[in-house]
Design a protein. Structure first.
Length: 193
């Protein structure tokens, strides 16, 4: 076992010791909203959105993108668990802005080892084997952060499984200040009818 593994289990032991009334939290989120955001470790939705356990659904993926799976989770969130408002929150300095589909596909074709980046771009740190399976994935990279928030809100808004009466808000979290900055065009596109 690794040191990380041991640290996680020790932290869980402490957490479980004081679990208390959390065992009685209902399955539906108490504040009836969901957040779609990035998996970046610098983002703590509980802190930046003032959440306690049981308050909201938080759906995370690379870039906080409106992928098919993210939309699947949002649909489950409202249809079965009653959320009535959604936030799409991307962030500044996102790693998804640092590469393209072609770069990712090339890196994976070359090697499955972890890549590194410097001022000249991304580089493989290992030699093969690689795989061309990455050619069949849309990596949903971000060429323009604000525009990607708009596109994601629009994609969710126009999805045939999403009702018109759920407002969808678009924001960018600033990793330098901790502030949520509204992307007005996205929020306008996500307006409930």
């Amino acid at each position: 076992m690794s040191q990380i593994h041991d640290e996680v289990l020790a932290a869980n032991e402490q957490y479980a010791a004081d679990f208390g009334d959390k065992a009685n939290l209902p399955m539906p989120p108490g504040r009836h909203f969901a957040i779609l955001t990035c998996m970046d470790a610098r983002l703590d939705p509980a802190k930046y959105a003032g959440l306690a356990e049981g308050d909201a659904h938080v759906i995370r993926n690379a870039g906080g993108r409106a992928s098919d799976d993210a939309i699947r989770s949002l649909v489950i969130s409202y249809k079965l668990l009653g959320t009535r408002e959604w936030f799409v929150i991307h962030h500044t300095d996102c790693g998804m802005e640092t590469f393209t589909d072609d770069i990712m596909r090339g890196l994976l074709a070359s090697s499955l080892k972890t890549a590194s980046v410097d001022e000249t771009g991304w580089h493989d740190s290992g030699n093969g084997p690689g795989s061309t399976e990455g050619n069949y994935i849309d990596w949903l990279t971000i060429p323009d952060n604000e525009q990607s928030v708009v596109e994601d809100v629009q994609r969710i808004r126009h999805h045939p499984l999403v009702p018109d009466d759920i407002p969808i808000y678009g924001y960018i979290y600033d990793v330098k200040s901790g502030k949520l900055n509204e992307v007005k065009e996205a929020t306008k596109a996500g307006k409930a009818k």
